[in-house]
Design a protein around this ligand. Sequence first.
Ligand SMILES: *[C@@H]1O[C@H](CO)[C@@H](O)[C@H](O)[C@H]1NC(C)=O
Ligand SMILES: *[C@@H]1O[C@H](CO)[C@@H](O)[C@H](O)[C@H]1NC(C)=O
Ligand SMILES: *[C@@H]1O[C@H](CO)[C@@H](O)[C@H](O)[C@H]1NC(C)=O
Ligand SMILES: *[C@@H]1O[C@H](CO)[C@@H](O)[C@H](O)[C@H]1NC(C)=O
Ligand SMILES: *[C@@H]1O[C@H](CO)[C@@H](O)[C@H](O)[C@H]1NC(C)=O
Ligand SMILES: *[C@@H]1O[C@H](CO)[C@@H](O)[C@H](O)[C@H]1NC(C)=O
Ligand SMILES: *[C@@H]1O[C@H](CO)[C@@H](O)[C@H](O)[C@H]1NC(C)=O
Ligand SMILES: *[C@@H]1O[C@H](CO)[C@@H](O)[C@H](O)[C@H]1NC(C)=O
Length: 433
Amino acid sequence: MKFFISVLFLFVLFSYAAAYDPLDPNGNVTIKWDIVSWTPDGYVAVVTMNNFQMYRHIMSPGWTLGWTWAKKEVIWSMVGAQTTEQGDCSKFKGNIPHCCKKTPTVVDLLPGVPYNQQFTNCCKGGVLAAWGQDPQSAVSAFQISVGLAGTSNKTVKLPKNFTLLGPGPGYTCGPAKVVPSTTFLTPDRRRKTQALMTWNVTCTYSQFLARKNPNCCVSFSSFYNETITPCPTCACGCQNKNNCVKSDSKFLKMVGLNTPRKDNAPLLQCTHHMCPVRVHWHVKLNYKEYWRVKVSITNFNYRMNYTLWSLVVQHPNLNNVTQVFSFDYKPLVPYESINDTGMFYGMKYYNDLLMEAGPLGNVQSEVLLRKDKDTFTFKQGWAFPRKVYFNGDECMLPPPDTYPFLPNSAHQHLSFTSFTFIAAMFFLFVTLW
Ligand SMILES: *[C@@H]1O[C@H](CO)[C@@H](O)[C@H](O)[C@H]1NC(C)=O
Ligand SMILES: *[C@@H]1O[C@H](CO)[C@@H](O)[C@H](O)[C@H]1NC(C)=O
Ligand SMILES: *[C@@H]1O[C@H](CO)[C@@H](O)[C@H](O)[C@H]1NC(C)=O
Ligand SMILES: *[C@@H]1O[C@H](CO)[C@@H](O)[C@H](O)[C@H]1NC(C)=O
Ligand SMILES: *[C@@H]1O[C@H](CO)[C@@H](O)[C@H](O)[C@H]1NC(C)=O
Ligand SMILES: *[C@@H]1O[C@H](CO)[C@@H](O)[C@H](O)[C@H]1NC(C)=O
Ligand SMILES: *[C@@H]1O[C@H](CO)[C@@H](O)[C@H](O)[C@H]1NC(C)=O
Ligand SMILES: *[C@@H]1O[C@H](CO)[C@@H](O)[C@H](O)[C@H]1NC(C)=O
């Protein structure tokens, strides 16, 4: 058992340190610079950011991109984005640059800016949808005109030390790398043009870097046992315990209570788990060839509307999903041979907004699964998910020995533990291999 725990610990450590997500092994955010023209003292580039993560979006208030210039470059102008600070441009006379900082910080513009300040795929307040959810909205772009820079592909120096906040911490960016030049189609689609030079930067996410505690927890119930297995106590850390609001508090009628804070600080409903989000998995019905699960997501944060929310579940029977009611569903197949993971997300204009805490702060769905005769069982907690992610962050599950058990199934605790052990070993194998 000790060996098992240390193996599991090492596995967790490695997967965090390498920013590796076993359910989305190829997920990343790629930032591409295409130089489209040389100027007398530098170049004009189109910078495109693609969110290639299957189920992790960059939510409001949006991305912040930073880098360090290699030489004394300045930004003459930008279209479709802006730097947060101009910096010291005192040595310029007449034409003043947009930004003279050695380490500029760039943010997207808000929707609705005048037409002449817009650029294709800009001005979404920095929100990037997840790739698996809406690939067309998973891209953001702006144009930048750089001065005091190299003026040919031999003399230009790549910016260094890229940083991405999305909107909080969690992303780590690699170095810029020159890649084959991007080709573009002209608007009439009859001619191809080519960037004069292209470089890419790849950024990956690690929940370990993003937050100390989970951001969500999971609770269980079933038709075959009246026990409701709650979220673990203090699943998300209890540091907000002293400023939480009871659900019957008079304070809730105060005007402005729901106004989000600049730093996104939550205002949580008091619960024993102190999580902003809870996912509940209820094993609802048993048919001859099918079984049915009800999934609900509850928001406990009075200061947050979750737009474009996503839920990822890993369960061995997800290879036989027959119908999903009132959520969109997409199987994720992170490894060719394993089809046990899927993502749920809201239907556009129907329930893609998970409202702030309160009577409207929940969304729910039912899932119909076809029993696979070789593996299906209600015993040993098999009917409950192995992993759950909300908005790309892993949620805390209850301890296995508290799952609602099928009455009269002997040795259930012991065999559940060995099941977890086998599952963990299997994952370890897949990860290292
Ligand atoms: C980034 O993600 C894309 C899409 O999944 C993938 O093709 C590419 O190889 C990834 N890049 C890196 C450096 O992992
Ligand atoms: C560079 O990034 C773009 C997306 O912005 C991607 O399509 C392309 O494959 C990347 N190139 C390399 C060599 O990684
Ligand atoms: C630089 O440009 C020249 C022609 O203008 C081209 O032959 C060469 O491949 C380019 N080098 C790089 C690294 O893009
Ligand atoms: C890279 O950026 C980070 C944050 O902006 C900064 O702390 C660090 O010193 C920078 N490193 C270099 C080599 O510029
Ligand atoms: C959430 O959205 C509703 C309706 O659009 C709005 O009235 C409310 O103020 C929003 N709450 C937060 C916390 O942004
Ligand atoms: C994975 O399972 C889904 C059902 O959830 C099915 O539609 C899909 O075809 C399966 N994909 C593979 C590659 O087995
Ligand atoms: C369940 O899914 C697997 C893999 O997609 C398939 O081989 C099997 O026939 C399915 N079982 C049922 C009962 O549909
Ligand atoms: C229901 O599940 C709980 C929690 O695992 C267990 O303690 C209890 O014995 C089960 N009830 C029955 C009737 O088996």
